[in-house]
Design a protein around this ligand. Structure first.
Ligand SMILES: [Zn+2]
Length: 225
């Protein structure tokens, strides 16, 4: 899950929370803050703590962007004061929590096995809260898995191309091109996972996604890079 920095609250008063949508898109890009799906039409302004359960309604700090699938699943499950049970992409380093191999989302055991029990519990709670690992039945309208699978195959294709041509092309142009494709396809962290041993490509991808907390990238990359 891409760790993001929304920046300081814009110097304006929102009359309704939906008015924050434009500022959030400008700061973070039009992606779901949770599943990282690119959102073509209308990303929803999401409240980390449910407004129906006592959460703040108009406070910048509580906002993220969400696709309708994540927002529907999360619903009003997080009441005011319950935020600490979970990790949040605008507060925590969420880069390593999940593994996106094969377009699926599972807990990243490689990281979590060497983390505290509390870290694992909060990662697990976040996964369950959003049903990020849902593989929809034909009757479900959840498009997250299908879109992520498409991004996975695309990232694999470009990874193969990178390995084939690494020594024979202009690497900065090629990296930039992969960054552009990732930006269109969405699912930032999946791309970073696929190119984790290619720092130049990772940096190009980071540069295309506004609001990414790039300081966390370094620890994601293998030690020797
Ligand atoms: Zn989502």
């Amino acid at each position: 899950m891409r760790p993001v920095d929304k920046g300081a609250a814009p110097k304006k008063i929102y009359n309704k929370y939906q008015d924050a949508q434009r500022d959030l898109i400008e700061r973070l890009g039009a992606y779901c803050s949770y599943c990282e799906l690119p959102i073509q039409n209308a990303p929803e302004v999401e409240h980390k703590e449910a407004k129906a359960k006592g959460g703040e309604v108009l406070q910048w700090e509580i906002f993220l962007l969400s696709c309708k699938y994540c927002n529907t699943r999360k619903n009003d499950k997080v009441a005011a004061g319950e935020k600490e049970k979970y990790f949040w992409p605008d507060e925590d380093n969420t880069m390593k929590l999940f593994d996106y191999t094969g377009g699926q989302v599972v807990l990243n055991d490689k990281f979590l096995d060497s983390s505290s029990n509390e870290t694992r519990e909060k990662a697990e709670a976040l996964l369950q809260l959003l049903h990020l690992d849902n593989i929809p039945t034909p009757k479900q309208r959840d498009r997250r898995y299908e879109e992520r699978l498409g991004a996975w195959f695309m990232a694999q294709k470009y990874r193969k191309d990178w390995d084939l041509h690494e020594t024979s092309v202009d690497l900065s142009k090629f990296s930039d091109c992969i960054g552009d494709i990732a930006k269109l396809a969405g699912f930032f962290t999946l791309w970073i996972q696929v190119f984790c041993d290619c720092p130049q490509v990772c940096q190009a991808i980071v540069d295309k996604f506004p609001g990414t907390r790039s300081e966390f990238l370094k620890e994601y990359l293998p030690d020797n890079k």
